[in-house]
Design a protein around this ligand. Sequence first.
Ligand code: KIV
Length: 421
Amino acid sequence: PPPTTFKLHCSHRPTYTPSHIPNPNYIRIFDTTLRDGEQSPGATMTTKQKLDIARHLAKLGVDIIEAGFPASSEADLEAVKLIAQEVGNVVTDDGHVPVICGLARCNKSDIDKAWEAVKYAKFPRIHTFIATSEIHMKYKLKMSKEEVIEKARSMVAYARSLGCDDVEFSPEDAGRSEREFLYEILGEVIKAGATTLNIPDTVGYNWPREFGQLIADIKANTPGIENVIISTHCQNDLGLSTANTLEGAYNGARQLEVTVNGIGERAGNASLEEVVMTIKCKGDLLGGLYTGINTRHIVMASKMVEEYSGLQVQPHKAIVGANAFAHESGIHQDGMLKNKSTYEIMSPEDIGLYRSNESGLTLGKLSGRHALKAKLFELGYDIDGRELNDLFWRFKSVAEVKKVITDDDLRALVSDEVFQP
Ligand code: KIV
């Protein structure tokens, strides 16, 4: 039977029981950096690195950490177990203990291994999945619809029978699955005891309106859905994962699956920082949605994942890219010097970025005199009039050949040591 209580997993956050959700606008952030993220080619991490990341995710305020896929290897099982034992039992500064989740295919051996690993957490979760699209059922599973429903139903019931009262179910490739079939299988797993229904756009094939409608249709047509949490899991094959995730939330999803820096299979997943910061900036337009994420830990999370996974963040990546708060053109720099809100929609400190240069100005060939003067002032030089004019033309000639002018270049220009007109 469906559970009647859901464990309280954070003191300052809304808690819920499946039958009574007191804070309907609260969005649970489910981070799968350590599972789907690690599935990125070449992103394998050591157990110690995974534990470090899990600790930081807890500090960040992530509600659910998908720590791995325990059946995939002994090492993964051990890593998930360690995370469950440590991170799954420590109360963080903001007073919450994250749910620790392990992935399992719909078979007893995977589910046993997932339970073996997560059961040490205060709030353990098993996440089980089976594909539901025609393409996957025909070519990959070679199973009929009836067989898939029976497998899903019996394996969710099996996970519950082990003593796990928090079971998530995903119909893999839901984005390309037939609607009526989805309503049926989801209704059956709810009866079998699933507490979260995750709707994956596994191949990133949906576009925002389509994915939002999918969530709305599932919400309207699945029997028993009012007793569970609807979740999204959007891949980024068309570059739409963040937009699809937000449309999912707008249409009723209250758990969003994301990864730090958007890492994951192929083109990756919806990125935690983009989803969370959009909800923070636009929560009102999204109907008052909010998360429990302490956004000031975002930059640190991004750096840690970049270093440990070896996957470099592109400079123009939204929120955490090196250029996300850099301003080079003269017009933009002039605006920034007058008021930062002219070209910044959030403050870098909100995500834990403390710029060494207060103004965020990056000097290059498009920069103007005002920016040069301001930048020099930051470095301790108060230069004006003809002196500034001379320096500006010398600066311009250097900027023509050098893409970025560093603080050291400027010091050298001022002291005339290196660049002479
Ligand atoms: O992309 C996907 O479908 C998944 C599921 C296991 C949620 O990763």
